[in-house]
Design a protein around this ligand. Structure first.
Ligand code: ZN
Length: 76
């Protein structure tokens, strides 16, 4: 995909996730993710489908581990 299209797509996901209410039992959950774009490991707020890289903002990530009760360090 072209970079511009990717950025528009990520922006749409940002808006989607911001408008979405997670069930209470999932709200405090975090997931360890590995970014395919910048190759960094980080954490993301729990979501079934989308996980945003805290370093480069990409959604091109994969989940390594699901944390059941740790605080999410990413602000968004
Ligand atoms: Zn990244």
């Amino acid at each position: 995909m072209e970079k511009v299209i990717v950025l528009v797509y990520f922006g749409m996901l940002d808006a989607l996730l911001a408008s979405e209410e997670l069930p209470e039992e999932y709200r405090d959950r975090c997931q360890d993710i590995l970014c395919n774009d910048c190759d960094k490991k980080g954490t993301s707020r729990f979501h079934w489908l989308y996980h945003k890289c805290g370093f480069c903002g990409s959604y091109n990530t994969r989940v390594i581990k699901v944390e059941s009760n740790s605080n999410c360090s990413t602000s968004s």
